[in-house]
Design a binder for this molecule. Structure first.
Ligand code: ADP
Ligand code: GLC
Length: 496
């Protein structure tokens, strides 16, 4: 390391996914973009650690081996991993390679459910990440871990008797992307992953008779952040706290809500290679070419004037598909197309394919994970629907705004922080919202939105307002940098 980098603040991201390497949802977009934007500040050096999944290998990235076969201290057996490096824009990513744990079809589980050994897999990842940094003599000023899959790292660093001298001055930041996913495992997991049985108590990792990995992130961190100001308030209430609101209220002086950004360079209708035509707010003509291509792809008449409502989503309870299905009879009375792209839980997949048969001329469903098609939907739709039960931040409304597509969203979490009801009197606002998790509320918001479809001067202004929003990463990255600096001025946190 040269003398210039020596003075830089070193931050290491620990994450179970990162775009473009491997992605199931918004977490990957965030951990792919935030380090890139952080690394543009001269005072900071960023690196990241994530598992080397099959998905990464299949995509043929250029990977360089950092070290081969490294032994991991693991209870009762010898376990090994090796490390590869991927050079992302502005930062390095260290990839933990253990084919037994990570060379699988999916990241976390199949549509039928989670892999039964996820507790071991992500404990292994956390421990291997620590050993990688040690082996590289890379002592970060801040370890910034994301979601339950990375949280156990903090238990290894802060909850094991004797602690870890090498990382003693390192501050720990944990980001909650989704409080509902906590990593719950039977009590025996502690012994299996080399943690003391004494951690099985409510002040540490015990949670209603199970071990809760996320609690390691909440209990042993110097600070906690979450992905929107709205969600940071919501998770301190019993309604959204998933049983952990008490813990979060206790730590509220160290809990920060920082709104996610989106990568305006990667997501740009003027240059996006996935689109058949490009456009901008000043030159919007290309959008209708995208619209026609989208209709064609779903076998709908490409020259139709009906409005197109798009959805791109993980198929999970959080995303409000039960509400959507209950609203369909009413919604699809309208002359409009609804186009859904999603993957996830088998139950929701089957339900959507079933209802699709009922409305073949206006409902299009594609079960797949397809980034290019997702981009065509953001660009080619007129509206974008997000009926989430809860939404920590949500990136898809921001992508829609960026692509000139009007969001209709449930008023919750980060959706509420980024979408503002259009007011025809003032011509302000960028979308439409509904509060109650009820079909009538959803249908009424969609109807309000459709009432402005291609009606001037409203329609052009509505689209323009969205395209002029600035949800780029620059501002939020600066907030993270500020938080890291503050953390370094605090004494290292010890839970009591
Ligand atoms: P979440 O992380 O809860 O899934 P976000 O709105 O934060 O929700 O991010 C979702 C991300 O995943 C977006 O980049 C979206 O385009 C992408 N995505 C979701 N489902 C699919 C899919 N089936 N195909 C392609 N991209 C998808
Ligand atoms: C989670 C949340 C989503 C958020 C994303 C990135 O997956 O469900 O709302 O945008 O993480 O932070």
């Amino acid at each position: 390391m040269n003398s210039k980098t020596k003075t830089k603040m070193k931050v290491v991201f620990l994450t179970p996914e990162m775009a473009p390497l491997a992605k199931t949802g918004g977490l990957a977009d965030v951990t792919g973009a935030l380090p890139k934007y952080l690394s543009r500040f001269p005072e900071i050096e960023v690196a990241a650690v994530m598992p080397l999944y099959r998905e990464v290998r299949m995509k043929n990235f250029v990977l360089e081996q950092v070290f081969p076969r490294h032994e991991l201290r693991w209870p009762g057996q010898e376990k090994f991993f090796s490390v590869f490096e991927y050079r992302a824009e502005g930062f390095r990513v260290y990839l933990i390679d253990n084919p037994y744990y990570f060379d699988r079809d999916y990241l976390y589980g199949t549509p039928e459910g989670d892999y039964p050994d996820n507790g071991e897999r992500f404990a292994f990842f956390s421990l291997a990440a620590i050993e990688t940094l040690r082996a590289l003599s890379f002592r970060p000023d801040v370890i910034h871990a994301h979601d339950w899959q990375s949280a156990l790292c903090f238990a290894y660093l802060r909850a094991v008797p004797g602690g870890d001298d090498f990382f003693c001055p390192t501050r720990l930041l944990f980001t909650i992307h989704n409080l509902a996913y906590q990593g719950l495992f039977p009590r025996e997991i502690l012994e299996r992953v080399g943690l003391p049985a004494s951690l099985f108590n409510p002040e540490d990792l015990e949670f209603y008779g199970k071990v809760n990995y996320l609690k390691a992130g909440l209990f042993y961190s110097d600070a906690i952040s979450t992905v929107s100001p709205g969600y940071s308030r919501e998770i301190q209430t019993p309604e959204f706290g998933c049983g952990l609101d008490g813990v979060l209220r206790k730590r509220s002086d160290r809990l920060f809500g920082i709104l996610n950004g989106i990568d305006y360079h990667q997501w740009n209708p003027e240059t996006d290679p996935a689109l058949p035509a490009h456009y901008s707010k000043d030159n919007p003509a290309g959008k209708s070419v995208c619209r026609m291509e989208l209709l064609r792809r779903f076998n709908f008449p490409a020259d139709s004037n009906w409005p197109v409502v798009g959805m791109v989503s993980r198929l999970a309870g959080q995303k409000g598909f039960d509400l959507l299905v209950k609203s369909l009879d009413e919604l699809l009375k309208k002359e409009a197309f609804l186009i859904i792209l999603g993957t996830g839980e088998a139950g929701i997949q089957n339900l959507l394919l079933e209802v699709q048969k009922k409305y073949p001329d206006r409902l299009g469903v594609k079960i797949a994970f397809d980034d290019r098609l997702a981009r065509l939907i953001y660009a080619g739709s007129d509206y974008f629907l997000i009926p989430s039960r809860y939404e920590p931040c949500g990136l898809t409304q921001m992508y829609s705004l960026r692509y000139g597509t009007v969001p209709v969203v449930r008023s919750t979490g980060g959706l509420k922080d980024t979408v503002f009801e259009f007011d025809p009197a003032t011509l302000k606002g960028n979308g439409f919202l509904f509060e109650d998790y009820q079909p009538e509320a959803l249908v009424s918001a969609v109807n309000r939105a459709l009432a402005f479809y291609r009606r001037e001067p409203f329609w052009s202004k509505l689209i323009l307002n969205g395209m002029e929003c600035d949800y780029s990463w620059e501002k939020s990255a600066a907030e993270y940098l500020h938080l890291y600096s503050r953390m370094l001025s605090w004494p290292v946190f010890r839970s009591s």
